[in-house]
Design a protein around this ligand. Structure first.
Ligand code: PLP
Length: 365
């Protein structure tokens, strides 16, 4: 129906998923079974990574990744402030200090010059975020290599993205993903994954989500229970088979938006990095009068969102952080003030895409 609200995200459920839930329930193997093992391997294979494991969510994936790199008190970790809070708070969770770096205005990902300037003798890791599904600059990976500082790809929003032909998740020392329900693929609840691209890390990545366990009674390093259930792993394996088509749909819708949203007064369409296969988790416009624009779209029955209105360094949780003052990261702060996400999920109908386009184009700034 044409007057139904166009949502920012839509959950996908089919009969194969329903049957898989019942099958796992009846099997009695609810954790640590064949689906967990297979999903970790299949996710790693899809991303071109050396090894992988599912885990409970994208936030603990980051904590486990930092533990795998032995990051702790006294260490600094470079991270963008323009991201979901978990990219930064994972650093505090292991007792280290986040060092916030600004983003490239065009692409919303870590500014390589800022990264280089922020490196000190205490820098133990870099967390690069492929925000909205936009791959971060290859230069950030080069800088990490030149300085011998390991890099974690926070790929929570970038399932299926590529950078210069290489899959996101296969470039950094480690990569983390979220399967939160609205992400590019999901697992019927919270969920996540960690991938490793170094022999030493690949050998320990599964232990990192299971108490650092070597065998039933032996624990090699500090860990916790960050496992994902068998039901969710079974659902993830099914959704993974759909993911390539879903990413193509997101790219097709984004291309329609790109060509419709040139030369609009007061609205700037997002740029795609040259050489990037953008996964379009979000399609984010910059709009001069955001509240009025969001009200306009709301009036046309179209949901919008803001990812994210408050940068990490200005969040109350970081009020004691030395970078916690307005103006410390000017590009991030300017972006957070005028961004708006519009629906780009793969289940939008042609008519819904048309409604989004005409609503955006009819906005008068
Ligand atoms: C960039 C980024 N990092 C980390 C996370 C945390 O993932 P989760 O919600 O699965 O814990 C998210 C989730 O929104 C995210 O977008």
């Amino acid at each position: 129906m044409s007057d139904e609200r166009v949502q920012l995200a839509k959950m996908y459920v089919d009969d194969e998923m329903r049957a898989a839930v019942l099958e796992v329930l009846d099997s009695g193997q609810w954790i640590k079974g064949a689906h967990s093992k297979a999903f970790g391997a299949e996710w790693a294979e899809f991303c071109g990574a050396m090894a992988g494991t599912p885990c409970s969510n994208g936030s603990v994936a980051l904590i486990a990744a930092l533990r795998l790199l032995d990051v702790g008190p006294g260490d600094e970790v470079i991270v963008p402030s323009h991201t979901f809070i978990a990219s930064a708070t994972c650093i505090d969770q292991v007792g280290a200090t986040p060092v916030f770096v600004d983003v490239e205005e065009a692409y919303h990902t870590l500014d390589p010059d800022g990264v280089e300037a922020a490196i000190t003798e205490n820098t133990k890791a870099i967390i690069v975020v492929h925000l909205y599904g936009q791959p971060a600059s290859a230069r950030v990976f080069e800088i990490s290599e030149q300085h011998g500082i390991p890099i974690i790809e926070d790929s929570a929003q970038a399932h299926g993205a590529t950078l210069d032909g290489q899959k996101i998740g296969s470039i950094g020392d480690l990569a983390t993903f979220s399967f939160f329900p609205s992400k590019n693929m999901a697992v019927g609840g919270d969920g996540g994954a960690i991938l490793a691209n170094r022999e030493d890390l690949a050998a320990r990545v599964a232990q990192a989500v299971d108490h650092g366990r070597q065998d039933k009674y032996r624990h090699d390093f500090l860990g916790s229970n960050f496992r994902l259930s068998e039901i969710q792993c079974a659902l993830g394996r099914i959704q993974l088979r759909h993911l390539p088509d879903w990413v193509l749909s997101r790219q097709r819708i984004a291309a329609l938006y790109d060509s419709a949203f040139t030369d609009l007064d007061g609205i700037t369409a997002p740029a795609t990095r040259p050489g990037a296969g953008h996964a379009w988790h979000q399609y984010v416009l910059r709009v001069s009068d955001r509240d009025r624009f969001m009200a306009h779209l709301d009036g046309h029955g179209i949901a919008t969102g803001i990812h994210y209105p408050i940068p990490c360094h200005l969040q109350p949780v970081y009020s004691a952080h030395p970078q916690s003052y307005p103006g410390s990261l000017p590009v991030t702060e300017a972006i957070c003030a005028d961004i708006v996400s519009i629906p780009v999920h793969p289940h939008l109908t042609d008519s819904e895409v048309g409604r989004v386009i005409s609503a955006v184009c009819s906005y008068e700034s």
